[in-house]
Design a protein around this ligand. Structure first.
Ligand SMILES: [Zn+2]
Length: 783
């Protein structure tokens, strides 16, 4: 099968996994999904990661999905900066020409016969990114074929490429139905007896990988029609591939290849695939002799993979340590097994520029194990996702290496090349060196093996508020390497005023951490860099993200922090925090000078909650914590007795149904949101205490907000609620549901969709001041 299809949309989870599964597993097309963004701007259902960290998680979820449905994954440099209501708004942040160039680049490399967009250019896709993805795909359909567009790409080995056609895969999303029976359509709901699964079953497994989005879906069986509208090229009549050559006839000299394949297929023995190996090696020879070209390269790769699989070869290279550390060494365990006894000799292995000549026959089902130890030199690059190497712009990542564009993931730090002679032909198998361990619960686990510097810094916040008189920066340095003795006798000579130099005189052993607390009150309001005094570069902080459904994620951030002094007054000291889906508000509250107590089910039962000046529910707490129902009466009593309960946004969807009662009076939660972070905020009740104590809130406090203003607004609120603000996106009706407050007994209850969880970590002063006022509402303590 020599055909290919590229699906294009904007986010992880936009793609039609059932269609991708059908193309890849039934039609055997080379099938790709180009997601313009990594989904950085969404809400995270499983943890507190936001922004680039959420993008890292959703990148891995998409790769996990592709491992199931058989598609390949690509991205552009576009950053998912959050919801936008139209493509015009989207293109003010994405560099339109840059992102178009990336789509063109992926098309020129992948050379799809057919391009399919999830969304139309006309806006029925809703989200501005969706419409923008269709606009760019349709522009790229023409531009990729035009030698005058993006000619700078040609030096990197691509050529102009004209896909046969581009179609929009119309949809019925309930509220919006763009399907029409006149449209070109076909059934993708078949059953694959070789795999023992329906395409709707495989697609559900694939889609359910989007766990951070809560997109678990049921498997489907039976007829499933997909509908299409042609937006470029000639419309298909009988088949989506009409007019596309799909066999070897399209490759000069390719006809003899078809005959060879027919022979191998005809004699294939399901129980003895190894009997096909010599035929496959002959096929490999024959394809090798064809003139250079896209399908030659692709089919050589696929044939080699078939040879490996039909031989039952096991080729494995693992490290028993989690990281490779600069200036330290790693032990790599090689393990090979020729499980079906193909005629194979292992000739040599090459890793890290080091050749090991072996020339050893591989006997049937006999383990060949050996260990090599390598030095990880100081010059070995630390492992950083390539799109995070440079400082990013608001709407896109800066990637300097053209060859990386489109690539979904970071390259393995170490790859071993194994040269095997199989049936007289040399093959080179490239395998990543991975970290392998056995978890008592999960069993054998493989993880990537990233490279670390010999010295890293403990995590610090990107900024600290000088407002907390007791604030301390807990700077620390961690030794990863036994050989690295960190001794510095002259601690001050490299310290500039803007450097928090760590004046250590310690002989650090591997695993040692030394703490250097800095009192924030003693620092100036400026940006400081952490570096150990014998290193003139800014230090690195290692960040790791672990979830069981995806490989471990590591990346580095610069050890830089800024001291800020906000015009911020607080009133009250003790805050109880009920964690919901996860957010970084508790850290922010501590920076403001509050004492924060995390309140779970147990703590709410045991704790004397009257002690708290305010209790704040984290984002989606009432979606995630069913046990909050047990505490409804106690929380209402707390409010009635003079407490102050502040509930941040919850959703009211099938993903996040409300599981517990929330307030003393009724209100509904809607999907109304204000996504323009500069939307004008009209103050409705200038005399309300929330706008006056202890901070005077004015329109200035709504300057410099990031991503959006507010989500999941309240509606249909009881007459006891007061509204404070009115705001709306351009062209929409004013809405007052972003912040509703009611007095109840001696205390206060607040529901708010204002995105404090985005604004506080971004250091937006107005958000801090407003939250301080919400916490002060009950003025519980006497003056
Ligand atoms: Zn989307």
């Amino acid at each position: 099968m020599l055909g290919s299809v590229l699906y294009v949309a904007a986010h992880p989870d936009d793609e039609n996994t059932r269609l991708i599964t059908y193309f890849s597993k039934d039609k055997l097309y080379r099938t790709g999904y180009l997601s313009l963004t990594r989904g950085d701007g969404g809400q995270n259902l499983i943890g507190n990661e936001q922004g680039i960290e959420l993008g890292l998680i959703r990148t891995q979820e998409l790769l996990s999905a592709r491992r199931m449905d058989g598609g390949e994954q690509f991205f552009t440099r576009a950053y998912d900066f959050g919801f936008s209501k139209n493509p015009g708004e989207t293109f003010t942040k994405w560099d339109r020409e840059k992102i178009l160039s990336d789509v063109v680049w992926v098309i020129r490399k992948f050379q799809p016969d057919v391009i399919i967009t999830r969304f139309p250019v006309t806006g029925e896709g809703g989200h501005g990114h969706h419409t923008a993805s269709a606009i760019l795909a349709n522009e790229a359909f023409t531009a990729a074929a035009d030698p005058n567009r993006f000619p700078e790409q040609f030096q990197y080995g691509v050529k102009p490429w004209q896909a046969k056609r581009i179609l929009w895969n119309t949809f019925n999303f309930g509220a919006t139905n763009t399907i029409n029976d006149d449209q070109f359509k076909f059934d993708v709901g078949g059953y694959n007896p070789l795999l023992g699964k329906s395409y709707g079953e495989i697609a559900a497994e694939s889609r359910s990988q989007h766990k951070s989005q809560g997109f678990g879906v049921p498997a489907s069986r039976g007829v499933a029609m997909e509908y299409f509208k042609t937006t470029g090229g000639d419309a298909p009549v009988n088949d989506i591939m009409d007019g596309v050559g799909l066999d070897w006839k399209k490759v000069p000299g390719g006809e003899k290849i078809s005959k060879l394949i027919d022979g191998i297929v005809a004699s294939f023995d399901l129980l003895h695939p190894e009997k096909s190996v010599s035929g496959l090696v002959k096929l490999y020879h024959a394809i090798s002799s064809l003139p250079e070209g896209y399908w030659k390269t692709q089919k050589l790769k696929e044939t080699q993979q078939l040879i490996e699989q039909c031989s039952g070869l096991f080729l494995d290279a693992t490290a028993s340590t989690q990281f490779a550390v600069q200036t330290d060494s790693i032990r790599v365990n090689f393990s090979f097994n020729n499980r079906l006894g193909a005629n194979a000799i292992i000739k040599k292995i090459t890793v890290n520029g080091f050749d090991s000549v072996l020339n050893q026959p591989l006997d049937k089902n006999k383990n060949v194990n050996f260990i090599k130890t390598f030095l990880v030199p100081q010059t070995k690059e630390v492992t950083q996702p390539y799109w995070l190497e440079n400082k990013m712009e608001q709407g896109y990542f800066n990637v300097s290496n053209q060859l990386k564009i489109g690539q979904p993931d970071v390259d393995a730090a170490y790859t071993v090349d194994i040269t095997l002679n199989i049936e007289g032909q040399d093959f080179s198998f490239a395998k990543p060196v991975r970290y392998r361990f056995t978890d008592p619960v999960r069993g054998e686990v493989y993880q990537p093996l990233p490279v670390l510097p010999a010295v890293i810094f403990g995590d610090i916040a990107s900024f600290y508020l000088k407002n907390n008189p007791d604030g301390v920066i807990d700077a620390s340095v961690i030794a990863n390497c036994a050989a690295a003795t960190l001794v510095n006798e002259t601690s001050d000579n490299s310290a500039s005023k803007d450097t928090l130099s760590l004046p250590f005189k310690y002989n650090l052993k591997k695993g040692n951490t030394v703490h250097f607390p800095y009192t924030i009150a003693n620092l100036e309001n400026k940006t400081y860099r952490l570096r150990s005094a014998d290193e003139f570069k800014t230090g690195k902080i290692l960040k790791t993200i672990h979830y069981d459904h995806i490989p471990a994620i590591t990346y580095f951030k610069e050890a830089v922090t800024t001291i800020k002094e906000l015009e911020l007054k607080t009133y009250g000291k003790k805050v109880g925090y009920i964690v919901g889906a996860g957010d970084k508000i508790p850290e922010a509250l501590e920076q403001m000078g509050y004492e924060v107590t995390i309140l779970g089910n147990k703590e709410l039962s045991r704790n004397n909650i009257q002690q708290f000046d305010a209790i704040i529910a984290g984002v989606r707490a009432y979606n995630t914590d069913e046990w909050l129902n047990n505490h409804y009466d106690a929380l209402m009593k707390y409010v009635n007795d003079g407490g102050n309960l502040i509930v941040q946004y919850n959703t009211s969807t099938q993903i996040g149904p409300i599981r517990a009662k929330i307030g003393p009076y009724s209100f509904d939660i809607t999907r109304t949101r204000v996504t323009d972070e500069n939307a004008i905020v009209k103050i409705l009740k200038p005399d309300h205490p929330v706008l006056n104590f202890p901070n005077k809130i004015t329109s200035d406090d709504f300057k410099g907000w990031v991503q959006e203003r507010s989500i999941y607004h309240a509606a249909n609120w009881d007459k006891n609620f007061e509204t404070i603000f009115s705001m709306n996106d351009p062209g929409e009706n004013p809405d007052e549901g972003s912040l509703i407050i009611s007095k109840y007994g001696k205390g206060y209850f607040t529901y708010t969709g204002l995105v404090f969880y985005r604004e506080l970590p971004a250091g937006v002063p107005g958000a801090y001041r407003l939250l301080a006022n919400l916490i002060a509402l009950n003025k519980k303590k006497a003056f």
